[in-house]
Design a protein around this ligand. Structure first.
Ligand SMILES: Nc1nc2c(ncn2[C@@H]2O[C@H](COP(=O)(O)OP(=O)(O)O)[C@@H](O)[C@H]2O)c(=O)[nH]1
Ligand SMILES: [Mg+2]
Length: 226
């Protein structure tokens, strides 16, 4: 193995250990953690704004937002959730478990039901970094082209859910839905897909139901056996 490959392996190994620790902490505190990954502009912040607003009456929600250099998204989200924190990564193109661990130290985890993490917009690096999430959702907007799952297979086959976004624009941009779904299936045959538009609201209820069901299933796992 070359020296660079060796260093990279060690970094990933360290990250996996920290992520496993985080996952145990989240589980013990009953926090459901959703990691949103996508290319820049696929609609992560918009989906989060709407999701936080809609879950807020029933759940205690918090958000961490990764970005290379600005805090624009955190400012957008702080209008919808009481606990929002920006993680500015500088030149680093993904969030890692160490960054998440440092960011959540200020929060009493037992008081959070859902923690949403908006990853740095990028379809490559975030795929390799476990951040202790309960669910990784990869967004694919209808404006990006149907071929993206084939070009970035790792992010799709490391995800638990694919979310096709901006369906209100599908007709305008000539989105080939069947082709996009077939491409997702080709790289990740068992990946569930949901389709939605934050703009029109179509599909939002089904997305929220998935989140609620996942949280309920996690709570069942934690309940003492009878
Ligand atoms: N038409 C339409 N535009 C959307 C939708 N969701 C997001 N956008 C727009 O897409 C652009 C990028 O969205 P943003 O949430 O910032 O993407 P992010 O970079 O992944 O966080 C913004 O101009 C949004 O208004 C949608 O459902 N429909
Ligand atoms: Mg954003």
């Amino acid at each position: 193995m070359t020296r660079i490959a060796e260093i990279r392996q060690n970094i990933l190994k360290k990250n996996d250990l920290l992520a496993a620790e985080l996952r145990s902490r989240f589980a013990a505190a009953g926090v459901t953690v959703v990691n949103l990954v996508s290319s820049p502009g696929a609609g992560k912040t918009s989906l989060l704004e709407s999701t936080l607003r809609r879950l807020q009456p029933q759940y205690s929600v918090a958000a961490l937002v990764g970005d290379l250099s600005t805090d624009c998204d955190a400012r957008r989200l702080s209008r919808t959730a009481s606990r929002v924190q920006q993680i500015t990564t500088g030149t680093v193109c993904h969030l890692d478990a160490e960054m998440i661990g440092a960011a959540i130290n200020a929060w009493p985890l037992e008081t959070i039901d859902f923690l949403f993490i908006e990853n740095v917009g990028n379809l490559v690096c975030p795929a390799s970094y476990d951040i202790g999430e309960s669910m990784r959702a990869v967004l694919l907007s209808v404006t990006e082209g149907e071929d993206k799952p084939l070009k970035y297979p790792t992010i799709f086959n490391s995800a638990d859910l694919a979310v096709v976004t901006k369906t209100d624009l599908a007709a305008v941009v000539g989105f080939q839905r069947e082709e996009a779904l077939a491409n997702i299936r080709e790289v990740a045959p068992r990946l569930p897909v949901c389709e939605l538009s934050v703009r029109s609201g179509e599909g939002m209820e089904s997305w929220l139901t998935r989140l609620r069901v996942m949280r309920a299933a996690m709570a069942l796992d934690r309940s003492p056996a009878i």
